[in-house]
Design a protein around this ligand. Structure first.
Ligand code: ATR
Length: 289
């Protein structure tokens, strides 16, 4: 499918943006679905983000994805935030409406859950406490999504425990009656005792970063281990968990699934997260090593 002057145009905005895999994925979906479309990287400096987002309708864009450090700016720039974005406090997908107004949503949480359901279909929210490592933006989206799904107990583990305390206090206001505990870094291995799910949302294990020294002994084998890092695709932690017999949920699936709502808007069809899409993104990741 050629890109013509009539192409549907969208993109991904960030600073820096060169590492983004979104152009590969959305470009693939445009071709796969036979759509005349273009999805471009938008390298926008932090100070220019709000103005750039507001300019999207005037440039004929149908929308864009927004990555760091612009997710808060996107939240401020849009005319309307849907209920998910309002609760997450960030926007990662901006959709231009036919009247030129901008709707913002946040798809990280839904992407995480769709991937968890796909890669660990036997997991049930009520099977035990969920342990979440990290309290950054992605971790916050995961925490809200897990509680929404019906997780009754959440253990928030973070190196800086004050951040876990703050997130726990926030979440307790939204999800009254749930048990939400902040756990200090010293207790990170003990927190796994009897858990039903472990989610790794810190930058540990990422290429160039140190590995986790988490002891998995207390983690029941029925608990899936979900990793948000996807470079490398298998981290030292997930390799260890896999050897112990845990079901592993990798970070690439979340990246693919979180892209679906945006593409459905600018592509006009709901794209399929299939082996082909995964393979194409994986090949680009591998070629960068
Ligand atoms: P994002 O928004 O992408 O989730 P972030 O806000 O930079 O990223 O968060 C990174 C997470 O990794 C944080 O939870 C951070 O812990 P702190 O809040 O204590 O900084 C965690 N992290 C980064 N390096 C770490 C390390 N060496 N040991 C333990 N945790 C680390």
């Amino acid at each position: 499918m050629l890109t013509t002057g009539a192409a549907r145009v969208a993109g991904v905005m960030g600073w820096p943006i060169t590492h983004s895999l979104s152009p590969v994925l959305h470009g693939h979906w445009f071709r796969r679905h036979g759509i005349d479309g273009a999805y471009v990287p938008l390298a926008v400096r932090p100070d220019d983000a709000i103005a750039a987002i507001r300019m999207l309708p005037k440039l004929g864009f149908l929308g864009c994805n927004v990555t760091q450090p612009h997710k808060e700016a996107a939240f401020a720039a849009v005319d309307l935030r849907d209920a998910v974005a309002a609760r997450m406090g960030v926007v990662n997908t901006v959709m231009v409406q036919s009247d030129g107004s901008l709707i913002g949503t946040s798809t990280d949480g839904a992407g995480f859950m769709a991937n968890l359901r796909e890669q660990a279909p036997d997991w049930r929210p009520e099977q035990g406490p969920a342990v979440l490592l990290g309290t950054g933006g992605a971790a916050r989206a995961v925490a809200i999504t897990l509680l929404d799904a019906g997780v009754l107990e959440l253990r928030l583990v973070n190196r800086t425990v004050a951040k876990a305390d703050a997130l726990a206090a926030d979440l307790r206001l939204i999800f009254q009656g749930r048990r939400i505990d902040a756990v200090g870094w010293q207790e990170r291995s003990a927190a796994l005792e009897g858990a039903g799910l472990l989610v790794q949302a810190t930058s540990l294990g990422m290429k160039g970063q140190p590995n986790h020294d988490l002891q998995l002994d207390g983690l029941p084998l029925s608990a899936p281990v979900a990793e948000l890092v996807y470079v490398p695709l298998e981290t030292e932690l997930t390799a260890r968990a896999r050897r112990r017999g845990h079901r592993i949920v990798d970070g690439l699936g979340m990246l693919l699934h979180q892209a679906v709502p945006g593409f459905a808007h600018w592509g006009g069809v709901t794209p399929t997260v299939d082996a082909e899409a995964r393979q194409i993104v994986l090949e680009v990741l591998r070629s960068r090593r």
